[in-house]
Ligand binder design. Sequence first.
Ligand SMILES: NC(=O)C1=CN([C@@H]2O[C@H](COP(=O)(O)OP(=O)(O)OC[C@H]3O[C@@H](n4cnc5c(N)ncnc54)[C@H](O)[C@@H]3O)[C@@H](O)[C@H]2O)C=CC1
Ligand SMILES: O=C(O)[C@@H]1CCC=N1
Length: 274
Amino acid sequence: MSSNTSQKVAVLGTGKIGEALLSGMIRGGWAPADLLVTTRRQERADELRTRYGVTPVSNADAAKQADTLILACKPQDMARLLDELAPHVTPDRLVISAAAGITTSFIEERLAEKTPVVRVMPNTPVLVDEGMSVISAGSHATADALAHAEAIFGAVGKTLRVPETQQDACTALSGSGPAYFYFLVEAMTDAGILLGLPRDKAHDLIVQAAVGASVMLRDSGEHPVKLRENVTSPAGTTINAIRELENHGVRAALIAALEAARDRSRELASGNNS
Ligand SMILES: NC(=O)C1=CN([C@@H]2O[C@H](COP(=O)(O)OP(=O)(O)OC[C@H]3O[C@@H](n4cnc5c(N)ncnc54)[C@H](O)[C@@H]3O)[C@@H](O)[C@H]2O)C=CC1
Ligand SMILES: O=C(O)[C@@H]1CCC=N1
């Protein structure tokens, strides 16, 4: 398996994350003619063909034609999808799963012996080339297979290799991570309304504070504590807000929230898909 871009790649189960990845791959230079997609509904297939010029195919045809199969259906649908693919997937294919919780061994057990499998946890900022994709090798994935997965997901953001034992934690942190920030922005915008600002102005102020803080976190090299201290003037406004955040247990709530996300990822792995 090489990491060149002329091989055919299929996205199977092209919903929100599948489409985000597909659009990023096209921005990153993949030719639409080399991209196949599978969907459950014909209208969705037509939409993707019109929007990106990619080719909708059946799951079986994707397995026959593509060198790399990216499985992007929900964990709850994975066993059924693998049953459909199993007769057609040969060990010269690379199978990449983006599903939360689903282990490489779950996939390996259902496909031909020695099929290389890579597990990836991306996040939706792949849509703006600021994704974070956490990558782990299954038992038969070679260095080339990992490099190929990195070439695909690296086109739409950063990648990080971790042992698969850390994937559930990474899913809680970066896979779900963007949702926590959107939630905070939503809550702080409500606070702006309480303080008498129009919603659109409150939204713009908080979003720009988030963008500025994010760029500083990424680029300044400073610890987040130092960055927060720089905002927190003696007897000023910020410390009054921080005291309320601590009084309301926001730090503990975030730790508990991420632990719950990690636990749900583990549950999905153990087949508790309800
Ligand atoms: N949404 C997100 O932020 C992230 C999602 N993921 C993972 O990506 C996967 C998909 O999540 P979303 O895109 O949010 O869900 P989604 O529901 O938008 O997309 C899944 C798609 O798979 C299709 N599908 C299901 N079974 C199929 C089959 N047998 N053949 C063809 N298509 C089939 C569904 O019709 C649907 O369009 C999940 O496993 C999730 O854990 C991973 C990282 C981030
Ligand atoms: O909520 C979920 O299950 C998926 C996986 C990570 C982000 N979204």
